[in-house]
Design a protein around this ligand. Sequence first.
Ligand code: PGA
Length: 258
Amino acid sequence: MSGRTFLAANWKMHLYPGEAEMLLQQLRLLEAEKGAWPFPVVVCPAHVYLSLAVERLSGTSLQVGAQNGYPGEFGAYTGEVSMAQLRAVGCTHVIVGHSERRQYFGEKGGLLQKKVQDAQARSLKVIYCIGETRAEREAGETFAILEGQLREALSRVDVAWDKLIIAYEPVWAIGTGLNATPQQAQEAHGFIREWLRKAGAPAEAVPILYGGSVKPANAEELFAQPDVDGGLVGGASLIAADFWAIAAALQKAKGALT
Ligand code: PGA
């Protein structure tokens, strides 16, 4: 298995406290029963459950990440949570640039660049998300969009490549049940790795995850692609057994490749 193999759960704005508690408990039990997860696995709940997740997952191999964070330590930014605060409560990772943040909250460019830089400076690893919409794909603009999204946050700054994970998430595949084909995913991932190479990154060491309707039934064929190093899983990560099945598919796909 390559050192790039990686899996993340994006719980989004889901679950009441009792449900979050139960899902964390199920993830713990799965590990107790079947053994440690064989590669880094990060659970990203809503902010209100971060401390709970850190506490409940302590002593397991699972790590906790946030779905968003704001650059800086403290400040008059009502409603925001800083990267420094995320680190202080025990997060190891933070998602930056998810398409829902871009689409609904207008995040782009300089802000994303600051988020990446500040998170890394505070020892958080960044899961940086990029992806094209259906209209962009149909217009043949996929690579140009990916290139622009990579450039806007990762150029002109000192990126700590060892604290970076890229997630390719085609917007048309997120939450739609319509995943990219393994070929479409590989094509995009290959393009991203080549961009990283040209940017001077140790491209062979940076995990590139696929996200967008990953489920137990399609995980293995997606993960079998050489440049698909793992997944960022939304809906299916809310069901412990499905998330475990996706992890097992990842292990199988990568175990078979090496
Ligand atoms: P999905 O979400 O698995 O529910 O499609 C993925 C994501 O947005 O990270």
